[in-house]
Design a protein around this ligand. Sequence first.
Ligand SMILES: *Cc1c(COP(=O)(O)O)cnc(C)c1O
Length: 418
Amino acid sequence: MNAFNFQNKKLYAESVPVSDLIRSYGSPLYIYSKGQIETNWGLFKKSFGDHPYLICYAVKANSNLAVLNILAKLGSGFDIVSLGELERVIAAGGDAKKCVFSGVAKDEISIQKALEYGIYCFNVESEDELDRIEFVASSMNAVAPISVRVNPNVDANTHPYISTGLAENKFGVDADVALSMYKKAALSDSLKVCGLDYHIGSQITEIAPFIEALERALELVEKLKSENILVEHLDIGGGVGVSYDDEKIINIEDYLNSVTNRAKEMKILVEPGRSIVANAGIFVTRVEYLKRNNLKSFAIVDGAMNDLIRPSLYESFHQAVLIDDNSIGINDNWDIVGPVCESADFLAKNRNLTLEKGDYIAIMTAGAYGFVLSSNYNSRPRVPEVMISGKHHSLVRKRETIESLFENESLFEDDTNQ
Ligand SMILES: *Cc1c(COP(=O)(O)O)cnc(C)c1O
């Protein structure tokens, strides 16, 4: 499946021309494909075959209720990092019992709620956090299922902001600390050891770092076994990279086969985010002005870094294509820039396109870490999100209004002037 494809030089979202969607919903706009999400998730499922598994979609990659609902209907579990994400999953029809709770700073209320909902497992990221989970569980007369997130200290060869498995990163604990945490948990009446967890980073495009992390984790599983601490599941995290620019990526089936072959006795949890939703979404924006000087040519569009921050934040590359490639206009190497007052406000740089005012550009592979990272900077209402399946489409988040931007604000009533 390739949800976004060209037919007669016009970009389609499944069976509908993107230009039709713009007519219905305006610009800028996010468009997601239900079929692509299902295909991507299905590839993980198929790769596990008969091996016991749980796919826990990483909610933070795209947390729209419609996206979560599509995955819930497939039977997916979820990786959450906040109480807000857990409540979203439940609101979308997801099963709390298939949720794992990651994140370095879980507060008491979130832990309590997660226990009440009966989540599958807490991925514990520090000794202090283990103590807090034990405290909350014991005060509720509950037993908290836990995995320790180990930091395998492997280099995922990815952007430093999305690398998490090195000792210098804030995530997880070293193997020796993990060992003492497991010993403590095994002795506690309020904690139940159920798994071991790691997540080494995002947008990883080679299998080697994953296997290195896996082998270190399995060494720890063996060590725990020798201490009579049995770990039932191994949570291998997410991080599978996607192709933003036709680059070579991991074959998911090969990767998961090499995991299940090495951890034959264990249930495998995986936490894919980007690889489920990235290529299931595009961001569409209109060319407002063309501006050229003797150094640079700018296509100024109505979408900006507040809508899609990945290029500004990580200097990440997204393909930029015309939704109707009619070859009318000025051919040049354009920087596609937005209206926000920051020089970092660009969506793409140096792209050879033939443009005129009023053209629409699709920023491809924008379904992950797109809308979820958007903001109201420069008092810009957040853009709508649309889901499409075949010919059917509907709004799954409406465009924000300008009034809503300041509805939670109030004037400061200062009576000293009276
Ligand atoms: C972000 C995150 C994921 C998902 O990462 P992707 O690269 O989107 O697959 C999975 N697990 C944890 C703990 C995360 O923080």
